[in-house]
Ligand binder design. Structure first.
Ligand SMILES: Cc1cc2nc3c(=O)[nH]c(=O)nc-3n(C[C@H](O)[C@H](O)[C@H](O)COP(=O)(O)OP(=O)(O)OC[C@H]3O[C@@H](n4cnc5c(N)ncnc54)[C@H](O)[C@@H]3O)c2cc1C
Length: 398
């Protein structure tokens, strides 16, 4: 018998949310579940500081977080009610809003550290999930005649698990130890992220300008203190991104101000910048015997449509439901049919979103005048069609 039924490797946004989702169903009383994470569990977000890493959560993700009691724990976020997307030529643009689908918001922008602290606060009140923090998965032993995997941890201890869930992020150790085959490619882009303060209000709108070099997004942050803050995600070709990182604050502010065409007025300040190399990754199969991958460990995508963690949360929803289904039928957690059902529901959706993002990135990154003309005509055509705009708004809301 393994020492636990389910070991979740990785307590980031996706793994910790899965642990919480499982803790709320009867299966947690039946099965022993362990959450393993390399870092400490932070339960306080430093609100004096603005985290430059943010996520745009869809309404579907918000509904999941609400059901798990996480949403009411958040101590800072901003709704976004509209999106404005335009092209550097000024010939193609698209605007849609929550009002077009009868909603009050399309989603919300939350700092990663604020969201993770809220998930961890909820998890700290849970007694049916064992949390092992500050420990890394180092090795994995599996043998075909053993119905469990042995996880070797960084403190030289080990853990045996019937099912190992890999939620250990884009550079997943579990993925490589278990030998999951993966397609991976460089987008040729790095993203500069930072928090900025602008002269004008963001109007609870996500502003996104596409140029040949890459997209620039201004995402609205909480402005209850009367200051207009946004988080920026500026994707640029690697060398251009390095050059922008090398600028001093005032040079960088001018470059950013002109790139967003001063739509939010002057830039009052720019916080510390972080540079993140962007790569697309997708495992060929989401599961193997006794092992399944979710979140960035299974799929990493370009942040231009802000979908990465949303796809991870949808994985959580489906995997938790399938495990619950197995438990209610007295099946073991590692039951093949459960993992297959999970993958069948999630993989086609994740691949479709990834393909759409790739198409967007290529269409907007092309210098070919014919592609630009076609793309801008398509954008303007969508912008003139109420129904198509509603479809875009529904997709953004999840
Ligand atoms: C610039 C940028 C902007 C983005 N914007 C958005 C957005 O607007 N909307 C959106 O939905 N998504 C966005 N994303 C994507 C989103 O940030 C990720 O999809 C999400 O954070 C992935 O969460 P995760 O829990 O799968 O992985 P991670 O957050 O990477 O968590 C992995 C966890 O595993 C642990 N771990 C790692 N290795 C081990 C090990 N060997 N043993 C034990 N534990 C281990 C780590 O400590 C960590 O806690 C963006 C990404 C980038 C780069």
């Amino acid at each position: 018998m393994p020492s636990c039924d389910i070991a979740i490797v990785g307590g980031g946004l996706v793994g910790a949310t899965l642990a919480l989702a499982l803790s709320r169903s009867e299966l947690a009383d039946k099965w022993r579940i362990v959450l393993l994470d390399a870092g400490p569990a932070k339960i306080d977000a430093e609100l004096t500081h603005w985290d430059s890493r943010v996520v745009a959560l869809s309404q579907r993700s918000i509904a999941l977080l609400d059901r798990l009691g996480i949403w009411s724990e958040l101590n800072r976020f901003a709704d976004y009610q509209a999106m404005r997307v335009w092209d550097e030529d000024g010939t193609g643009s698209l605007e849609f809003s929550a009002g077009q689908i009868g909603e009050s918001r399309l989603g919300a922008i939350v700092e990663n550290s604020v969201l993770l602290a809220a998930v961890n606060r909820k998890l700290s009140c849970v007694s049916n999930i064992e949390q092992r923090r500050g420990l890394k998965l180092e090795h994995l032993d599996r043998s075909p005649n053993q119905p469990f995997a042995r996880l070797q941890l960084s403190d030289a201890s080990s853990l045996e698990a019937g099912l190992v869930v890999g939620a250990d992020g884009a550079l997943s150790r579990l993925r490589s130890l278990a030998g999951f085959e993966m397609r991976e490619w460089d987008y040729g882009h790095s993203a500069i992220v930072c928090t900025v303060e602008t002269q004008l209000s963001h109007q609870h709108c996500c502003w996104q300008r596409f140029s040949e070099d890459g997209p620039l997004a201004f995402l609205p942050l909480d402005s209850s203190d009367g200051r207009h803050r946004s988080a920026i995600v500026w994707s640029q070709q690697h060398t251009k991104a390095q050059q922008l990182m090398a600028l001093n604050e005032s040079q960088f502010s001018s470059a950013l101000e002109s790139s967003i065409e001063k739509r939010l007025g002057e830039l009052i300040s720019c916080g510390e910048r972080q540079l993140i190399a962007l790569r697309q990754r997708s495992v060929k199969h989401y599961w193997q015997q006794g092992c399944v991958l979710i979140g960035d460990a299974a799929h990493t995508i370009h942040p231009l449509a802000g979908q990465g963690v949303n796809l991870g949360f949808y994985d959580v929803e489906v995997l938790a439901a399938e495990l619950q289904r197995a438990a209610s039928r007295d099946l073991p957690a590692c039951e093949t049919a459960t993992l297959r059902r999970f993958a069948r529901q999630r993989q086609p959706h994740n691949l479709a979103v990834m393909a759409m993002m790739e198409a967007f990135k290529r269409a907007f990154g092309s210098a070919d005048p014919a592609v630009r003309l076609l793309r801008n005509r398509a954008l303007s055509a969508v912008n003139n069609q109420v129904l198509l705009k509603q479809i875009f708004a529904l997709a953004a809301a999840g």
